[in-house]
Design a protein around this ligand. Sequence first.
Ligand code: BGC
Length: 488
Amino acid sequence: MISKLFVVICILFPQVLTDSNRYSFPEEFLFGVATAAYQIEGAFDEDGKTYSIWDYNLHKNPDWVKDRANGDVACDSYHKWKEDIQLVKALGANFYRMSIAWTRILPSGHAGSQINEKAVLHYNNIINELISEGLIPMITIYHWDLPQSLQEIGGWMNPDIIDHYVFYAQTVFNLFGDRVKHWITFNEPYHICEEGYSGVSMAPFFNASGIGGYLCSHNVLLSHGKIYRLYEKLYKPSQNGKISITMDTTWYEAKDQSSDSDKEAAQRKLQFNYGWYMHPLVKGNYPAVMIERIDKFSEQEGFPKSRLPKFTESEIEMIRGSYDFLGLNHYSTSLAEPSQNFNQPSQNYDTGVQDSGDPEWEVSKTSPWLKDVPWGLRKLLVWIKEEYRNPPLFIFENGWSSTSGLMDEDRVRYINGYLSELLKAIHEDGCNVLGYTHWSLLDNFEWLSGYSARFGLVEVDFNSRERTRTPRLSYRVYQNIIKSRIVN
Ligand code: BGC
């Protein structure tokens, strides 16, 4: 039966009547929505929670964020989680991807420290409620909110972090692993590391350009590999869950399709952003192009050794294959061309690629980096299939940032476009995609953009004490896609 909503959508957006409407999402394909602790929870100092690197830095430097916003209250989901779960349920989603705050579970942060029972109760309540509502909890163990106490010892640049992370991850397996069967060790290592330790757009704002990002990523990959192997040995036999890690990448398209050097630049950029993690996970070690270039530039710059750390043979083996499925966060596409016009040392110089947009592409009004280019998703999925032997993949994030308001036609266009291309990638290209997650359920704290960039299917009124939630048009559209399993 064709719903009234479908008719309205066809009138509003005739372009949705494309070929992909012939396809439907496979029966076992899962749909979900995602959030992250710092972005939605609020209650920054409640029930024993301590400061994460975001709490610490934004209290110290309020001007760094648009409108001096921070996550102190955010969506107040620490108190309103039941309402959030009802919204996920009414959407008809299969799963909810959320993260746990390290600073709640282990307020002192470090390995061997005391577990905070109030935090355990809080996350137990959420997990139990999700399950009793028939929703699968998919838990991100680390979504960027490192305890400030661990940043004081160098954070992700200090190899000691591996033991602290492993202790924290084992703690959550011990506490929740009897019910949680899908774990994501890290959200977007590129952002944790390159933006947090080589640049100043993410906490801890540690600007060690061309060095910090590589040290951090090395420790993130080692932490991931170590915890995967521990889970495999100690937990999987009884808990029987699956572990993943999710990496983000833009699709890079050659600026000039007839230029070999632009094509090469696009491939190099993909390797430096995504291959940085995917290559060690799937094939073992960093991509050759990274090793060659970073070794060469480090030597030219006079460094006594490469700025890219080296794995031992046994570390390569530990990390290779350390996943049960992989996660992809994808939002946008850029054009690539070769350039060395960057400061040295830097990851940009090492990569040697300038990216830009096409003036024809629709740009988000609130996140200028975000362009609506649905075919980029399909090209990326096909590239992943060919480059990494078609791994089982979950799209763990994809979404659009709008202004406030309930009639978010721009987001509807984005969702219809990206999901149509996803259907083609599954049916025409044979890409092994198991599920799709929309970022985000709610408008939330969008890092340095504060509350100005709104990614929610559900609008949140940040001026009301209640943080009133109201579903947008896009919520209904996604709900309809989940129900009908086709893109209308
Ligand atoms: C992150 C989210 C963020 C979203 C939109 C992703 O990189 O995982 O935390 O809000 O993109 O920028």
